[in-house]
Write a protein that binds this ligand. Sequence first.
Ligand code: NAD
Length: 248
Amino acid sequence: MINLSGKNAIVTGSSRGIGKAIAIKLASLGANVAVVYAGNREKADETVAEIEQLGVKAKAYSCDVSSMNDAKNLVTEVIADFGGVDILVNNAGIVKDGLILSMKEEHFDSVINVNLKGTFNMIKSTYQHFMKKRSGRIVNISSIIGINGNAGQANYASAKAGIIGLTKSAAKELAARKVTVNAVAPGFIETDMTAAMPEKAKEAALAAIPMKRVGAGEDIANAVAFLVSDEASYITGEVLKVDGGMAI
Ligand code: NAD
């Protein structure tokens, strides 16, 4: 049985969707959670209230992960409030889809800045803390799109593939300090992000899933919970697909 009692976790983008499911799962296993949100304070407060009902500590923090300054300030604040960080889950992400021919340069840049650079900013901001602790868990949320690519998502696929390279590099740098760094690559998960997809694209995605069901945030949260547990202490640099077989 996974036990995260006494551990402090930062989960970015946890006001809703997959991030919220991860935050609640980690809290249900005993972790205190720093709920990081970009804009929606109300939703973040709802997540905090749900977590507090589980008997652990939670607090909402506003942070744009694409800003190194924001990321550094966030980590300083969380360490002051919680006394340290044991788990970092880099889940914040955005999409701005379009074929390369019509993709605006700023849409390429913003998707890279939030998804990939945001993950780098958070790892860099917690790096020394984890090094000194000689323990820690980092899980980065990639995507099967980062493994297989997708027409209309060149920016997102590049960012998510970049996260895999970043994960493996950080894993090699931090392994000697007993800090593990892994990635989870979700397939098609029901959230606000996928609700915005055209109906035809949703049907095509579902048809491509051998298990014939769309994933839930909890499916991703269960994988993250394992990777941040003591039981996963010898697993690092791994990319775990959670996709109902979609990328087989
Ligand atoms: P979502 O849009 O519901 O949630 C994204 C979260 O990220 C929100 O809480 C948002 O506030 C936060 N966020 C966005 N920009 C931010 C910024 N600059 N700084 C801080 N936070 C920011 O999406 P979701 O479906 O829950 O996706 C969560 C993660 O899972 C993303 O990284 C996404 O790419 C990845 N993913 C999702 C799917 C899927 O099918 N839903 C599949 C593969 C990967």
